[in-house]
Design a protein around this ligand. Structure first.
Ligand code: PLP
Length: 450
């Protein structure tokens, strides 16, 4: 209950005394205790309301406390709360069927995991056994999870202090027209040159040593980098040419984020393996998995797949996954993401870019956008340096603080305000959230030096 300072103190004390938090110096953090959530909104114990433009960690696609998701979990819990993976289960089988039916042509089966990182681990393991090769190529400016292979595949600072936990990983540079590594002057040129670079990387590493290429279809935390036209089909063509498995990491963008069931469906490309998690059931119960092509599935028809998890295909998680499919259809989620993305979010963000000189670029799709903040539009110098922390990050932190003070919880990453609201957010709330961002950008403008 709001204003219950005793309850709040206890939550805070137990957290500080006993909970060890992700990605943090334990002495330097003070997590905000949350009392409740509903739809796109959550509240702290003092009754402060936050409109969630981050969908928590871009997983809460159907918002907090969706009654049908809750009901599906309750019904399943009342019937059969858990069952080990070597036995068949109705919720698991039904969810696998629905996922395959909504996947690429030639998709055959689903291996369920507990989340995104282990989905990546298993996709890579399948590709390695399928091809008999060891290397895996991934992009700089990517995040694939925090376990051994997944963190090594990750192409950004979160990998640095973890070292190389998988000796088979090789990084390459992907397209990013706004900060082109290829001196490109158009998206087409960016795609073409990024593909030439990828092919050269393949040739220099030895095509017959490369099991897989893994790509976030739209790069998520590292900037909402939407692939330029032709890039993903070009990657597919290189995979075909060299016998390499194409893994689409759809952990963040799968299940409606960009207005498609899976984001690759909007880019004219067909992967061999697809990792998913987050939006599959909005994280109500941990769940992830790998969609497997017929060809790779067939590798393991007579040969045993060497891998598994106690909770693979957990009934409570799968029941909420099945309910997710029902809700998407009943509430026309994909249609509303496309409609509101095009009609409300994109035009307003483009308008903000005209109004605020600190906005260097706007990019995105559906309910997934980034405002890249700069101090100079000519030089494109970012509002804060790459991987800034402490004092160096202060200008960006001030923008984030302005959002939070006004009741908006943004998805903040590097020098970018990213917009990733729950897919059920009302039009009115979208407009309200964008108004708050508009006001917070005045703070970003105050640092402008160009
Ligand atoms: N892959 C991508 C693209 C992600 O965005 C994430 C998480 O943010 C992961 C993998 C890892 O997922 P998890 O945190 O569930 O392990």
């Amino acid at each position: 209950t709001f204003g219950d300072t005793e309850a709040q103190r206890e939550v805070r004390e137990n957290d500080r005394n006993y909970v060890f938090h992700s990605w943090s110096a334990q002495g330097a953090i003070n997590p905000l205790p949350i009392a409740k959530g509903e739809g796109a909104t959550f509240w702290d114990y003092d009754g402060n309301e936050y409109l969630d433009f981050s969908s928590q960690l871009v997983n809460l696609n159907l918002g907090h406390q969706h009654p049908k998701l809750i009901k599906a979990i309750q019904e399943q819990a009342g019937r059969l709360a858990t069952i080990q993976p070597a036995l068949a289960n109705d919720a698991r089988g039904e969810l696998a069927k629905r996922i395959v039916e909504h996947s690429f042509e030639g998709a055959r089966s689903v291996f369920f995991t507990n989340g995104g990182a282990d989905a990546v681990e298993y996709a890579v393991r399948m590709a390695r056994h399928h091809t008999g090769r060891q290397k895996v190529l991934s992009r700089f400016r990517s995040y694939h999870g925090s376990t051994g292979t997944a963190i090594t595949l990750t192409g950004e600072p979160r990998r640095w202090s973890n070292g190389t936990l998988d000796a088979g990983v090789v990084h390459f540079t992907g397209p990013y027209a706004y900060r082109s590594a290829f001196y490109a002057t158009s998206p087409e040129e960016e795609a073409e040159r990024a593909l030439a670079h990828l092919e050269q990387t393949i040739q220099l590493e030895g095509p017959e040593t490369i099991a897989a290429i893994i790509l976030e279809t739209v790069t998520g935390t590292n900037g909402v980098l939407v692939p330029p036209p032709g890039y993903l089909p070009g990657v597919r063509a290189l995979c075909d040419k060299y016998g390499i498995v194409y893994i689409a990491d759809e952990v963040m963008v799968g299940f409606g984020r960009t207005g498609e069931w899976f984001a690759y469906q909007g880019f004219d490309v067909k992967p061999d393996l697809v990792t998913f998690a987050k939006g599959v059931n909005s994280g109500y119960v941990p769940l992830g998995g790998v969609v497997i092509s017929e060809e790779i599935h067939n590798t393991f028809v007579d040969r045993s797949f060497p891998g598994g998890l106690t909770y693979s295909g957990h009934p409570l998680a799968c029941a909420s996954g099945v309910a997710t499919f029902d809700i998407f259809e009943e509430e026309g989620i994909l249609e509303r993401v496309r409609d509101l993305g095009e009609r409300v979010i994109e035009p307003r963000l483009r308008q903000l870019a005209e109004k605020h000189k600190s906005v260097g670029e706007v990019r995105g799709k559906g309910f997934f956008w980034a405002l890249e903040l700069v101090v100079d539009r000519e030089t494109r110098e970012p509002l804060v340096p790459f991987n800034a922390s402490g004092e160096a990050a202060a200008p960006f932190n001030a923008v984030v603080a302005a959002c939070k003070q006004a009741g908006l919880w943004p998805f903040a990453a590097g020098n970018r305000l990213q917009v990733a609201p729950p897919l059920v957010t009302s039009e009115e709330d979208l407009v309200r959230g964008l108004d708050i961002i508009d006001a917070a950008l005045d703070v970003a403008d105050s640092y402008y030096t160009g």
